[in-house]
Design a protein around this ligand. Structure first.
Ligand code: ADP
Ligand code: ADP
Ligand code: ZN
Length: 210
C-alpha cells in the first residue's frame, strides 16, 4: 500500500507546516522542492546557480530542472510506502511529468485568500533544518532560535512584499489551474487554510484515516 500526497495552495498557505506534521505522524518523507533548491543555492552547486535568479524574482524555476530533481528523489527507497510532495507540481507541465513516474492518492488544497498571505509570509521565520515558524501564530519557544536544533532563525530572501506579490501572481496564473485538474480526477480535498494549524491538520488526518 502506498500513500502518495500532493500539497497544493498559494505561497504561505501552510503546505510546509502541514507536510511536516503528516510526515512526522505517518512516516512518509516530505519532499519540498523549495528546500531542495535553497540547499543547492547554499552549496553553490550548478543547480543552485541556475535556480537562484528565478527564486529571487519569485518566478518558477524551469520545469526541466525541477522535474529532474523530483524524479530522482522519488526513486529513493524511502518513498516506497508513500511521499508528500510540498511545492510540486506547480504547473500543468509538471503535473503531466509527475503522472509519468508516480500515481497520486490525495491532493490537499489549502485555501487562503491573498490578503492573508503577505502577513503570513512577512512574519515567517525559518531554520536551515527545515522547521518553519510564525512570529504570531507559531512562535519558537525562545526568540530567534529553532526549537528543534537551536540554530538561529532567519527570514527568507523571497519573503519580502514585492516578491510575495509576484509569487501570488505566478500562483494564480500557473498553479491554480491544477485545482480543476485534480478535482476532475476525484483526488482533490479542499481545506480552509485560515483555520488554526491543528484544525487544518485534523482535516487531513480524517481523510487519510478514513
Ligand atoms: P512557498 O512554499 O513559500 O511557496 P517554496 O519554498 O515552495 O515557497 O518555493 C520557493 C521558490 O522556489 C518558488 O518561488 C520557485 O522559485 C521555486 N520553486 C519551488 N518549487 C518549485 C517548482 N515545483 N517549480 C518551479 N519552481 C519552484
Ligand atoms: P507554505 O509552505 O505553503 O509556503 P508555510 O507552512 O511555510 O507555508 O507557512 C507560512 C507561514 O504561515 C509560516 O510562518 C507558518 O508558521 C504560518 N502558518 C502556517 N499555517 C498556519 C495557520 N493555519 N494559521 C496561521 N499561520 C500559519
Ligand atoms: Zn532548526
Amino acid at each position: 500500500m502506498m500513500t502518495n500526497i500532493i500539497m497544493l495552495g498559494p505561497p504561505g498557505s501552510g503546505k510546509g507546516t502541514q507536510a511536516e506534521m503528516i510526515s512526522e505522524k505517518y512516516g512518509w518523507p516530505q519532499i519540498s522542492t523549495g528546500n531542495i533548491l535553497r540547499h543547492a543555492i547554499e552549496a553553490k552547486s550548478k543547480l543552485g546557480l541556475e535556480a537562484e535568479s528565478y527564486m529571487g524574482r519569485g518566478e518558477l524555476v524551469p520545469d526541466e530542472v525541477v522535474d529532474g530533481i523530483v524524479a530522482e528523489r522519488l526513486s529513493h527507497e524511502d518513498c516506497r510506502s508513500g511521499f508528500i510532495l510540498d511545492g510540486f507540481p506547480r504547473d500543468l507541465h509538471q503535473a503531466h511529468a509527475l503522472e509519468e513516474i508516480a500515481s497520486i492518492d490525495h491532493v490537499f488544497d489549502i485555501r487562503v485568500p491573498d490578503q492573508a498571505i503577505v502577513d503570513r509570509l512577512s512574519k515567517r521565520r525559518v531554520c536551515d533544518c527545515g522547521e518553519t515558524y510564525h512570529l504570531e501564530y507559531n512562535p519558537p519557544r525562545a526568540e530567534g532560535v529553532c526549537d528543534e536544533c537551536g540554530k538561529p532563525l532567519y527570514q527568507r530572501d523571497d519573503d519580502n512584499e514585492g516578491t510575495i506579490r509576484n509569487r501570488l501572481k505566478v500562483y494564480h496564473e500557473k498553479t491554480e489551474p491544477l485545482i480543476g485538474y485534480y478535482r476532475e480526477k476525484g483526488l482533490l480535498v479542499e481545506l480552509d487554510g485560515t483555520r488554526d494549524i491543528g484544525e487544518v491538520f485534523d482535516g487531513m488526518c480524517s481523510r487519510l484515516d478514513g
